[in-house]
Write a protein that binds this ligand. Structure first.
Ligand SMILES: CC(C)(COP(=O)(O)OP(=O)(O)OC[C@H]1O[C@@H](n2cnc3c(N)ncnc32)[C@H](O)[C@@H]1OP(=O)(O)O)[C@@H](O)C(=O)NCCC(=O)NCCS
Length: 159
């Protein structure tokens, strides 16, 4: 029997900012949460990085659980996790363009690591971020490859 991912919430920076993080199954998202995730990804990937070689809304989201990182009441970060896959695939990691470079991405990745625990995970990382992901415990596997016209590397965790 399939178990649906539980909603996880953790106050991860209680003393510095009102930053909260949760991971929800697609079917548990409210309409507003879904809209905000799509809007955030559009701002970051389509407008910010000009990624148009592949559809941002690619039809895969209903299979995923979605991370929502809020600064007070504003969604500033997101990611999606294919929890039914083994290893778990992580993607669409994004911090709002206005909030990048302030440490929130690192917090987001720490939350993902906490959520994963010992479970194996994989992702296609933009190659220029390899050192950062490596500092967070991800390991590069294999050669660089092109995806959405951007150089990527496969990275794994707990493998
Ligand atoms: C990548 C991203 C999630 C990081 O979030 P962030 O809040 O900016 O990250 P932090 O402030 O915690 O900084 C973490 C690291 O990001 C790295 N980084 C962020 N943007 C970078 C860029 N354009 N080039 C190189 N490194 C970058 C830095 O190495 C930084 O490490 P440092 O503090 O040791 O210098 C965010 O910048 C983002 O959404 N970028 C656009 C979308 C994207 O590339 N997503 C990842 C796809 S694999």
């Amino acid at each position: 029997m399939k178990t649906r991912p539980k909603i996880r919430t953790l106050d991860i920076m209680p003393d510095e900012n009102k930053l909260t993080c949760s991971i929800k199954d697609f079917h548990d998202l409210t309409l507003m949460e879904l809209y905000n995730i799509m809007h955030l990804r559009d701002v970051v990937f389509v407008v910010g990085q000009k990624i148009t070689a592949e559809c941002e809304v690619d039809g895969e989201d209903p299979k995923c659980s979605h991370l929502l990182l809020y600064l007070e009441d504003t969604l500033i970060g997101t990611a999606r996790l294919f929890l039914e896959e083994s290893p778990i695939s992580v993607g669409r990691i994004a911090i709002h363009t206005d909030q990048q470079g302030k440490g929130y991405g690192t917090r987001l990745m720490e939350f993902i690591a906490d959520f994963l625990g010992e479970r194996n995970a994989t992702m296609h990382a933009q190659a220029h971020l390899e050192t950062w992901y490596a500092s967070l415990g991800w390991k590069r596997v294999g050669e660089e490859f092109m995806e959405a016209e951007i150089v990527h590397v496969k990275m794994t965790k707990n493998q």
